[in-house]
Design a protein around this ligand. Sequence first.
Ligand SMILES: NC(=O)c1ccc[n+]([C@@H]2O[C@H](COP(=O)([O-])OP(=O)(O)OC[C@H]3O[C@@H](n4cnc5c(N)ncnc54)[C@H](O)[C@@H]3O)[C@@H](O)[C@H]2O)c1
Length: 363
Amino acid sequence: MMAAPKKVCVIGSGNWGSAIAKIVGANAAKYDTFDSTVKMWVFEETVNGRKLSEIINTDHENVKYLPGHKLPHNVLAVPDLVETVKEADILIFVVPHQFIAKVCDTIKDHIKKDAVGMSLIKGVDAGPEGLKLISEVIKGNLGITMTVLMGANIANEVADEKFCETTIGCKDKAYGPLLKKLMQTPNFRVTVVEESDVVEICGALKNIVAVGAGFCDGLGFGDNTKAAVIRLGLMEMIAFARLFCTDCAVSPATFLESCGVADLITTCYGGRNRKIGEAFAKTGKSIEQLEKELLNGQKLQGPATASEVHQILKQKSMMEKFPLFTAVYEICFNGQPVTEFISCLQSHPEHIHACPFQRKALT
Ligand SMILES: NC(=O)c1ccc[n+]([C@@H]2O[C@H](COP(=O)([O-])OP(=O)(O)OC[C@H]3O[C@@H](n4cnc5c(N)ncnc54)[C@H](O)[C@@H]3O)[C@@H](O)[C@H]2O)c1
């Protein structure tokens, strides 16, 4: 007997949620493996006097978060979260990370026990027991198998179907082929790796580096300086992954996947975190104010992640080993002048021969 088609839902409908719904909707319609209806949870709001879910279901466009792109007609916008998830076999989590705890609380008694989750959320959770990956938070709340998808994937470009790559992190190899089938298209190429925690931590940490790259742009430094910021940021990402991902291998190869160096580069040139970093350095306005003025309801991840990572580094007295992460935190939250950003990097452990700390990470 043929297995029943898998029902897929997308939890979230922001910029990335809508872009991924376009891909998932097209693949669900194309392959018998999947039920063709893809429910997408919409955090309801009124746009131009109409409900956003109604606009999406009538005009097949998320006019607020992904304007100019039609969504497949089999993507059904659902304002009720429980209704969205209740029969789903595959749950795709794509809300800004500050909302994930509430989402989990709402759905925990309503999901299939053998469902598999995939987190596209970039960020970490700093709770009383220390830093947690978002996939761990979801797994801890819902008890389902979790996987992640991260990569150099600026939502508007993915929605434009411009060629790019992405990485699925999947500890249980058995899910790899199914999830790859759901996600891959000719212009969205998927690699599956087992080091899921490393994939996920890369996705969170690169946003801190991007804020730094934005400072660098706003302060008028050139391409050499920005390249140095990106490289030092990458070395801190590797060192932090070594410190944090103790349950799995941390291979240099994972940083060479789309989730690593490629996502770091695209975010430091094109993403919203860079944009806000630049505006912060140029205008002196606060991060919250700039988020309101420049992002039209979209949420910023970099400064929040810098703060969460800072708590851990402080606890472990390791701040001086991570000058870039620390400087981004101090500048965003502690009144350190942004003009000091580059001088904070001049005594980086990478430049001090006696401290082979990061070098070890690549051997
Ligand atoms: N946009 C990208 O290019 C991109 C790419 C890769 C990963 N991501 C990640 O995807 C995740 C989601 O980002 P996005 O770009 O889809 O969202 P977004 O920032 O574009 O939009 C914000 C979303 O949050 C919703 N929202 C507002 N208040 C809420 C509340 N109280 N409860 C629940 N939802 C609420 C809004 O309705 C909207 O859907 C983030 O972790 C982000 O880092 C984004």
